[in-house]
Design a binder for this molecule. Structure first.
Ligand SMILES: O=C(O)CCC(=O)C(=O)O
Ligand SMILES: [Fe+2]
Length: 344
C-alpha cells in the first residue's frame, strides 16, 4: 500500500490476515516499564494484533511525566502566540524543519486512495523540530540533511523543554522496540542497532478554533505517517480520526495522560506489509483551539530499511527494495508535500 512499491516478485504474494477492529485498544505498559520483562510476550501479542488489524493503540502507564507533557503543550501555545514575523523567520525548508504556516501544508499522498478529489491546504500550522545537535556535530558540519534545527528567539526555556521531551520520548520508543521485534517473531534486540541514533522529529501543531473549511478541508488531511512509529501524548481537544479496515472513519477519543501510538510506512516496509500504517486525519473548526505534539520515532539515518527475514517467505516475497532511511525520507518528502514543489 505504500511508497510506490516495486514488487520484487511477479507472483501474487499471500495477503496478511486482516480483521476489522473498530475500537482502538489500550496497552498497559506499567509492569513492563517497571522492569518486568515477563510482560514482553503478552504485550507483544497485544501490540502485534493492534498493528496488524487497526494500526493504532493507546499506551497507559508509559512512564512519561504528565508535567513534562503539559510543559510541551504550554511551549507549543507560547510559540504559536509569537508575532507572525518571528515565526516566519523559521520558515520550513526542504528538509521539513521549521515553521509551516497556516494552509502551507498539503500532503498529496497517493497512498490514501480513500478520497479521490484533492484536499485543500491544511487548516493548521506547526513547527517541526529535529534532534538537537551541538554546532560542531560532525554530521551537521558535513551538511548532511535533516541535521540543522531552527529555534525561535525570545522564548527562554523553549529549547530545553523540547529537548527534554525528545529525550524522554526517545527512551520510551527505544523501550518499545523489543515489543515490535517480538511481535514480528524476531530476536528482542533486533531493532536496537538500527535506532541507536534515531531520527526523532516533533511536530508542534496548532489547529485554530472555529475555522470553517471547505468540504474537502481538514486540520490535517488524511495521510499515513512516514516513519516507524508515532507517539501522540493526548491533547485536550479531540478531532483525530482513524480509518479502519472496514473503511470507516472512527474518532480516536481523547484519553488524557495516555499516549496514542501508530505505525508508519517505515514499519510497513520492515514488516513486509504485515503491520499497518493507517490513514488518519484531524477535523477542522473545533470549538476550541487544539494543540498537538506528536513525536515520530524513526530509525538512524544510515539504517537500512528492508523487510525483516521473519516476514519474508516463498509465498510472501519481499515487497520493498532495501533503502537507507535517509534516502527513504528524502523520496517521501519529495512525493507528498505540495509546498515543497512551490518555488521559494
Ligand atoms: O494532531 C494530531 O492529533 C495528529 C497529527 C498528525 O497526524 C501528524 O502530525 O502526523
Ligand atoms: Fe499523522
Amino acid at each position: 500500500m505504500n511508497d510506490q512499491a516495486t514488487p520484487v516478485s511477479p507472483s501474487r504474494p499471500r495477503r496478511w490476515e486482516r480483521s476489522a477492529v473498530e475500537e482502538i485498544p489500550v496497552l498497559d505498559l506499567g509492569r513492563y516499564m517497571a522492569g518486568d520483562d515477563g510482560e514482553i510476550e503478552r504485550l507483544a501479542a497485544e501490540l502485534g494484533h493492534a498493528q496488524q488489524h487497526i494500526g493504532f493503540f493507546y499506551i497507559t502507564n508509559h512512564g512519561i511525566a504528565q508535567e513534562l507533557v503539559d510543559r510541551v503543550f504550554a511551549e507549543t501555545a507560547r510559540f504559536h502566540a509569537l508575532p507572525t514575523e518571528e515565526r516566519l523567520k523559521l520558515l520550513i525548508d526542504d528538509q521539513q524543519t521549521g515553521y509551516a504556516p497556516m494552509k502551507s501544508s498539503q500532503i498529496e499522498d497517493g497512498d490514501v486512495a480513500v478520497e479521490k478529489s484533492p484536499h485543500k491546504p491544511d487548516l493548521s500550522e506547526a513547527i517541526w523540530i529535529r534532534r538537537d545537535r551541538p554546532d560542531d556535530d560532525p554530521e551537521l558540519v558535513a551538511g548532511r540533511p535533516f541535521r540543522r534545527n531552527k529555534w525561535p528567539q525570545g522564548l527562554p526555556g523553549f529549547r530545553e523543554t523540547i529537548r527534554a521531551y525528545q529525550q524522554a520520548m526517545e527512551a520510551l520508543g527505544r523501550r518499545m522496540l523489543p515489543l515490535y521485534a517480538r511481535a514480528l517473531d524476531l530476536p528482542d534486540v533486533y531493532f536496537d542497532p538500527l535506532f541507536d541514533r534515531a531520527d526523532i522529529p516533533v511536530r508542534l501543531g496548532h489547529y485554530p478554533a472555529d475555522l470553517v473549511g471547505d468540504a474537502n478541508q481538514f486540520g490535517a488531511a488524511p495521510h499515513n505517517d512516514a516513519g516507524f512509529l508515532t507517539l501522540l501524548p493526548q491533547p485536550e481537544e479531540d478531532g483525530l480520526e482513524v480509518l479502519t479496515q472496514s473503511k470507516k472513519w472512527i474518532p480516536a477519543p481523547v484519553r488524557r495522560g495516555d499516549i496514542l501510538v501508530n505505525g508508519g510506512n517505515c514499519l510497513v516496509r520492515f514488516s513486509n506489509g504485515r503491520f499497518l500504517s493507517t490513514p488518519h486525519r484531524v477535523l477542522a473548526g473545533r470549538p476550541r483551539p487544539r494543540y498537538s505534539i506528536p513525536l515520530f520515532y524513526n530509525p538512524n539515518f544510515d539504517a537500512v530499511v528492508q523487510p525483516v527475514p521473519s516476514c519474508v517467505s516463498a509465498d510472501r516475497p519481499a515487497m520493498y527494495e532495501p533503502t537507507t532511511y535517509e534516502q527513504y525520507i528524502i523520496d517521501y518528502l519529495a512525493r507528498v508535500y505540495a509546498h515543497r514543489r512551490k518555488p521559494g
